[in-house]
Write a protein that binds this ligand. Structure first.
Ligand code: NAD
Length: 256
């Protein structure tokens, strides 16, 4: 797979889970990949893995909730690797609680990371893409952005907003040759977020993954690599006529 040779990608939350899988999938396809994460050790490990694949990389440590961190990251990647062709806004956090128990700080931190992060990085990366009249942005939403779920009010609201933001950007910047899409994973195993969610579900007496996959037509949770494959497709020329979409990757759990 060499579909990204000569392309530069930047992935937020690339240090673990789905973001890590995306960074390595794009690198496997030939992309040079900027690794952005708040966790320095995790980011360094992924950068090593990108180098092991024979690609260039650079690590930027920061918090997507900080506008200046996004601007600095885009500038560093542009200086060290080149103008960004593929921006993947993946970083996100999950805090579950009954709506009546959602704290103000959890509400605001969920929005700051999940939604403001997309705003910050998209606004930072778009001017370069507009100048080159090419580029694509892929945003990490969730099936909970399409369907309200108990105990996920803040998280689901951010993920729904990401879908709308994706459509707004696709509408506004298609004329500049830029595509903007989102992906909506369902139940994904083998990530820190899933492990944390399992623990939160246990404390709140909510069903665990084993129970919940019974309502998934494919009867299993997904893997980060399966999300990365769809992101790679959306980032590739194979998806040249796709923009403004929010693609479900849920084993059929959500179909709309
Ligand atoms: N795991 C799932 O079941 C699932 C399902 C649907 C959507 N998603 C979405 O996929 C994305 C990745 O999820 P995951 O399961 O891989 O999570 P994860 O917790 O395993 O990994 C998230 C990564 O993002 C980094 N990160 C977190 N907050 C950050 C911040 N403020 N600034 C910079 N980096 C930050 C973490 O350090 C970590 O490396 C999230 O947007 C999540 O909402 C996950």
């Amino acid at each position: 797979m060499v579909e990204f040779v000569g392309k530069i990608a930047l992935v937020t939350g690339a240090g673990a889970g789905i973001g890590r899988a995306i960074a390595l999938r794009l690198a496997s396809g030939g992309a040079d990949v900027g690794v952005f994460d708040v966790d320095a050790n995790a980011a360094q490990e992924v950068a090593e893995a990108v180098r092991d694949l024979g690609r260039r990389t650079c690590v930027v440590i920061g918090d997507v909730a900080q506008r200046e961190a996004a601007r600095a990251a885009v500038a560093v990647v542009a200086a060290e690797l080149g103008g960004i062709d593929v921006m993947v806004n993946n970083a996100g956090i999950l805090r579950t609680a009954s709506f009546l128990d959602v704290s103000e700080s959890d509400w605001h931190s969920t929005f700051a990371t999940n939604l403001d992060g997309v705003f910050h990085f998209s606004q930072a990366v778009l001017p370069g893409m507009i100048e080159r009249r090419a580029g694509c942005i892929i945003n990490m939403s969730s099936w909970t952005g399409k369907k309200g779920v108990p105990n996920h009010a803040a998280y689901g609201a951010t993920k729904a907003a990401i879908i709308n933001l994706t459509q707004s950007l696709a509408s506004e910047f298609g004329v500049s040759g830029i595509r903007v899409n989102a992906v909506c994973p369902g139940i994904i195993v083998d990530t820190n977020m899933r492990a944390e969610a399992e623990e939160m579900n246990r404390v709140q007496n909510l069903p665990d993954v084993a129970a919940r996959v019974q309502s998934v037509p494919l009867r299993r949770a997904g893997y980060p690599s399966e999300i990365a494959e769809v992101v790679a497709f959306l980032a590739s020329d194979s998806a040249a006529y796709m923009t403004g979409q929010a693609i479900n990757i849920t084993g059929g759990h959500w179909m709309n």
